[in-house]
Design a protein around this ligand. Structure first.
Ligand SMILES: O=C(O)CCC(=O)C(=O)O
Length: 245
């Protein structure tokens, strides 16, 4: 059974993310690659096929990322049986010719109006089907920002429903309202196919432009708390109140 060691848990708690290199079996990556191209049409090797592939709906890959036993075992370690979700979302960032890369200026949190499911996200995980170098459309994140989002919600518990979008400061600062003294400069998750980043649900993050010649195919799995209504009603006083770590 795969579990995180004590130091990995400490790092995850402190930084809001943990990178697990070479985590997904290469046989599974190969299966996913075949399924991906079969479903969208075309191939990685033939860039002329991509314009059609871009129009295809989101492929369904099996086994689902969130259902892999090693991942389920880590999520169980993090949340006991209280976290629900998993699945496998796919976000492809196709090469953007002629665009100059720059680090995104701001990110967002998932789980609020306009950003996916409406539930407090506990934890999520991202991996790539092919290697992604700097500038290649990486998942980008602000280390430590989960502490600041927590502080924000403790100070403004009503905003957990997503009403922060109605505030004057939102109009001026957008998602930066969730960043503060603990938030570190953004980093790209550059890595090889099958490397994994585990990230806290309150970690500010976003995608970034892909100025490299190859598509960035990102797989995402997300978990919320089974008692999401209870979490909203009684926000965690300690960031780890609803966790098993
Ligand atoms: O495409 C990416 O790397 C970022 C995706 C994202 O922002 C999200 O999962 O909410």
């Amino acid at each position: 059974m795969t579990t995180l060691d004590e130091q990995q848990i400490l790092d995850f708690k402190q930084n809001g993310y943990l990178i697990l290199r070479d985590f997904i079996d290469s046989k599974i990556i190969d299966q996913w690659r075949c399924q991906f191209w079969q479903q969208v049409g075309g191939s990685l090797e033939d860039p002329t096929s991509w314009s059609q592939a871009k129009q295809a709906g989101s492929p369904k890959l099996k086994p689902q990322l969130g259902g892999l036993p090693d991942i389920q075992s880590i999520v169980f370690q993090l949340g006991s049986s209280d976290f629900s979700g998993g699945g496998c979302g796919i976000l492809t960032r196709w090469p953007q010719e002629g665009k100059q890369w720059q680090m995104p200026q701001s990110g967002h949190l998932d789980g609020y109006p306009g950003e996916g499911c409406q539930a407090v996200l506990m934890v999520a995980l991202t991996t790539y089907l092919y290697d992604v170098g700097p500038g290649g459309g990486s998942f980008t994140f602000w280390p430590g920002s989960h502490h600041d989002a927590h502080t924000y919600f403790l100070q403004h518990p009503d905003q957990i429903e997503g009403t922060f979008r109605d505030l004057p400061e939102w109009k001026e600062q957008g998602w930066s309202i969730f960043c503060g003294a603990n938030t570190q400069p953004p980093q790209e998750f550059a890595g090889q196919a099958g490397d994994v980043i585990l990230w806290h649900g309150w970690l500010t993050h976003t995608g970034s432009a892909n100025v490299r010649p190859s598509p960035r195919i990102g797989l995402f799995a997300r978990w919320v708390h089974k008692d999401d209504a209870g979490v909203r009603k009684n926000l965690p006083q300690s960031l780890w109140d609803y966790w098993a770590i």
